[in-house]
Design a protein. Structure first.
Length: 261
């Protein structure tokens, strides 16, 4: 986190209850916490935002956890999700607006042109926008399936609102998703595999095709561990991760079949 973002997060934490009242207006205060349905301001009681540090403690105000999804973060994350912002600079600008701070003029940059749909570049951008699986719905999903060996899984990430289009004639939806990088043997990302998940993390999303891949897949794979002279290869991410539970030090690669396209 940049110095500017850290300073804004600290200032927001000092006003944690005001932040919650503004961006999570469907919640309410319960003791030292603000309780609401989720980070996008749904009604409910599964998400808890700490309003003040514990007795004698420091730095915990503004931190939140959603017990239903295992998502967690700080008040900048709340601003991003509740406002539906994508660019981090827009999150910082909104935080400064809320705090009545002067806006910082950013050096103008030409926006990135849209990446061709299904291209390696589009896959690389999606992977870059996602975050590590630990502490997310994706980890909950793996554990519900008995997959506990999640070491050396930097090829796996989680996106809380990944686009899903049922077909060309129906509107685009958003679902939580496991994002897996498909790479060359040298680690260059050529595609990604998406597994859309139910918000509970207990199963795949209730949609027609919860698994899809995009990019260049032929000859590439989702990789776990660093290959030396021995590598186990097979079909399916969960299949290979299950095998890693029994052989935790063996590098593995998961190839994708046509059923994942």
């Amino acid at each position: 986190m940049s110095a500017q973002a850290s300073d804004l997060a600290r200032r927001l934490a000092e006003r944690a209850e005001l932040v919650c009242r503004h961006y999570l207006s469907n919640g309410r205060r319960v003791g030292r916490y603000w309780v609401v349905g989720d980070v996008r301001n749904a009604s409910g009681r599964s998400m808890f935002v700490r309003l003040r540090p514990p007795h004698g403690g420091q730095g915990a105000a503004g931190k939140w956890t959603d017990a239903a999804t295992a998502e967690h973060g700080d008040l900048l994350d709340i601003i991003r999700e509740s406002c539906g912002l994508v660019e981090f600079r827009d999150v910082l600008a909104e935080a400064r607006r809320f705090l009545s701070l002067p806006q910082i003029e950013l050096e103008s940059k030409s926006p990135l042109p849209p990446a061709p749909s299904g291209s390696p570049e589009s896959a690389q951008r999606l992977f870059a926008m996602s975050k590590p699986v630990h502490g997310t719905i994706a980890e909950t999903y793996f554990r519900a399936r008995g997959i506990l060996a999640l070491h050396e899984t930097s090829s796996l990430r989680f996106h809380p609102r990944c686009y899903y289009r049922p077909d060309d004639d129906r509107p685009t939806e958003t679902w939580p998703a496991l994002i897996a990088a498909v790479t060359t043997i040298d680690g260059a990302i050529t595609g990604v595999h998406r597994t859309w998940l139910d918000p509970s993390g207990k199963s795949k999303a209730p949609i027609d095709t919860p698994r899809r891949a995009m990019g260049l897949l032929l000859g590439n794979a989702v990789r776990f561990g660093v290959t030396d002279d021995v590598l186990a290869a097979g079909e399916g991410i969960e299949t290979m991760l299950s095998l890693r539970c029994a052989l935790p030090t063996l590098p593995m690669a998961s190839a994708l079949s046509a059923n994942h396209l």
